[in-house]
Design a protein around this ligand. Structure first.
Ligand code: ZN
Length: 202
């Protein structure tokens, strides 16, 4: 839930910046970011923005706001094992995660690692269609910037194997991404970031 971070930054600015014009600019950027993060019409977001514009906003109030907001956020629709199997039909012995243990309200995509085969799987929706990408994930974890969420994180080299064009050539592309996809989701600012990443892969 990236909005939490935007608001936390904003509160920090309210407490540390005294220049009114600077605050106005920071505020405008924050509102813009919130709108980019949650697209669509949600009255809860308007309430949130209204609160965010109040420079007396403090962390306690913001936390209460988030508790309300979270229950209203549309979760990642839980797919059935069969649907997941269909997305990754080429993978033998696919390990499907237990979606009950994942907070799908926090997820823009669902990603998991198969430690045995050193593969990473990611599910996402595109025009309400469940899609997925998979690839090798290196066992070496380093500190670096993630190609999906753009945060400094524990990342590993992810090499996706994708089919390009009708000729069926396979291409390999390597990117450093968060090993922990749950964390990646929490650090993700907007759906656009995920789409940009997918564009470079597909
Ligand atoms: Zn990430």
């Amino acid at each position: 839930m990236q909005i939490r971070e935007i608001i936390a930054d904003l509160i920090h600015s309210y407490q540390s910046v005294s220049d009114v014009r600077t605050i106005q600019t920071i505020r405008a950027i924050a509102v813009e970011k919130i709108k980019q993060t949650i697209t669509g019409d949600y009255p809860e977001i308007d309430v949130l923005i209204e609160y965010a514009l109040n420079d007396h906003l403090r962390h306690g109030t913001a936390d209460k706001l988030f508790a309300n907001l979270k229950s209203d956020v549309i979760p990642f629709a839980q797919p059935s094992k069969k649907q997941v199997g269909k997305v990754f039909h080429k993978i033998k012995k696919l390990k499907v995660p237990d979606f009950e243990t994942i907070d799908l309200r926090e997820c823009t995509f669902v990603g998991w690692n198969d430690l045995g085969t050193r593969r990473k799987f990611m599910l996402y929706y595109e025009d309400d269609q469940l899609r997925g990408i998979s690839g090798d994930i290196s066992s070496t974890v380093v500190k670096g910037f993630c190609a999906i969420c753009h945060h400094e994180s524990n990342v590993a080299l992810f090499t996706a194997i994708t089919k390009r064009g009708s000729e069926g050539q396979y291409t390999k592309k390597g990117n450093y991404i968060c090993t922990d996809s749950m964390r990646c989701n929490q650090q993700l600012c907007s759906r656009t970031e995920l789409d940009d990443f997918l564009d470079t892969i597909n």
